[in-house]
Design a protein around this ligand. Sequence first.
Ligand code: ADP
Ligand code: MG
Length: 278
Amino acid sequence: MTRAKLSNLPTNADTAAADGRGSSVVPRLDVRNLSKVFKSQGKSLVALKDIDLQVFPREFVTLVGPSGCGKSTLLSVIAGLEAPTSGEVRVDGEVVLGPGRDRGLIFQSYTLYPWLSVAENIAFGLNLRDIPKSEKKQRVGYYLEQIGLTKFANAYPSQLSGGMKQRVAIARALVNEPEILLMDEPFGALDAQTKEQMQLFILKLWEDTHTTILSITHDIEEAVFLGERTYVMGVNPGRIRSHLRVPFAKDGDLDIKLTPEFIEVKRQLLHELREGQN
Ligand code: ADP
Ligand code: MG
């Protein structure tokens, strides 16, 4: 286990090259030189400054930062819900100009429609599209199975636990087969045990469906456990301080969190975060 400082760890381009993807691979998500300034009552707040971030096809990338550093703002801009003040976001090389089905979104709060059943919630996005009924049924069935809720197809959100609701939200995003799944503190509202179950669940889902994921969190342990690479943000202004390749297999072994190597990476990130708060 290297004790190198984060800044000495491989860069994005290095890691892409080392993985044989080479620098010629078009990032699935490419955030370049992105800044976001909020103006209100004559005052300006630089929420994001010069953000550079890439996620390559099939990668699981996490971004960790303290509260208020601009994580949700960054996700909103990537989602096309907010325009950047400068810089740009590209998905598979195409500049993002607004919301699109190529990006699936998961938020901390549960966003299911309470009047629709689990299966109807998952099918919601498909119903807005011209997709044959049989294919809809097959896709919804597949994701119900992936999230382990086939038996709950006809249940309503009020009958589900928090973890189950969030699994439905994830299925609802994935059923549209987005190019990338964007998650903002997805497990932040769950208790510790459910959160760990959900971490295992999302790793397995990522393996099985080959989805590309960017997950944002203030939880260092989660960032290290889930991410193949992790970006660290600082605050005032919100910026990327560093990033590292996480040197562990993503094989869903929770006990890895107790190993000295894992704790060492956590320690490095914790120090980065603390420095970033000054
Ligand atoms: P995080 O998700 O990391 O906690 P946010 O992206 O929510 O951080 O917020 C970053 C900063 O931008 C905060 O200071 C917040 O008050 C400010 N901010 C977020 N959205 C707006 C907005 N629509 N108008 C003005 N300021 C905003
Ligand atoms: Mg936030």
